[in-house]
Design a protein around this ligand. Structure first.
Ligand SMILES: NC(=O)c1ccc[n+]([C@@H]2O[C@H](COP(=O)([O-])OP(=O)(O)OC[C@H]3O[C@@H](n4cnc5c(N)ncnc54)[C@H](O)[C@@H]3O)[C@@H](O)[C@H]2O)c1
Length: 172
């Protein structure tokens, strides 16, 4: 079994890929290098290059755990180019979840975003708070959460995290 990190050439994904390798895991990165960098990739990872919405089926073959980080994580950019954000972030997530179901992936970990809470000043944030997305980016991240919650009936477990607030949903 191999661990798959989508967005593994990015800021968080490359650190995660490095940590997984250090822990002795085999790691495959999926990235289109739209914001990530080739030089971020740690030595020893497999690479599937391309848009995750299109290559998820191939990229998840033989995967045990998928860490889904690929997204265009920018509120201003999502306002300028909402369709691009929706494709990479929401459609990309649906493609990963669909491929995970088809490939019998054991676990999918989805990085959501605290942007789904909108502009509420309330701290600390809690997952019981109602989502109030105020940008195409936040809406796309929330759509990914909803798709993940729905898909958890076929994956053995799905975990989600909104920024620093971990949300865990486990279904058997
Ligand atoms: N950095 C933060 O503070 C923060 C906070 C909350 C949530 N997140 C989430 O964590 C994840 C990673 O964020 P980051 O800060 O590392 O961003 P990043 O931009 O550094 O990494 C995103 C990676 O995804 C890749 N990517 C984008 N679209 C793709 C596509 N269609 N197909 C394949 N690869 C694609 C990019 O090339 C990049 O390598 C994102 O999902 C983001 O929404 C980040």
């Amino acid at each position: 079994m191999i661990d798959v990190v989508t967005g593994g050439a990015g800021f968080i994904g490359s650190s995660l890929a490095r940590a997984l390798l250090k822990a002795g895991r085999r790691v495959r990165v999926v990235d289109d290098f739209s914001t990530g960098r080739r030089e971020n990739l740690p030595e020893g990872v497999e690479l599937v290059e391309g848009d995750v919405a299109r290559v998820a089926g191939e990229a998840l073959r033989g995967a045990g755990v998928v860490y889904h980080l690929a997204a265009i994580p920018s509120v201003p950019r999502s306002v300028e180019r909402p369709l691009e954000t929706h494709h990479a972030t929401a459609e990309g997530t649906l493609a990963v979840l669909d491929a995970a179901c088809r490939n019998g992936v054991r676990r999918v970990v989805y990085a959501s975003s605290s942007s789904v809470y909108g502009d509420t000043p309330r701290l600390p944030k809690s997952e019981a708070m109602p989502p109030r997305p105020l940008s195409p980016y936040a809406a796309a991240k929330l759509a990914g959460e909803l798709y993940a919650a729905d898909t958890s009936r076929c994956a053995s477990s799905t975990s989600m995290a909104r920024g620093r607030i971990p949300i865990r949903r486990t279904r058997r």
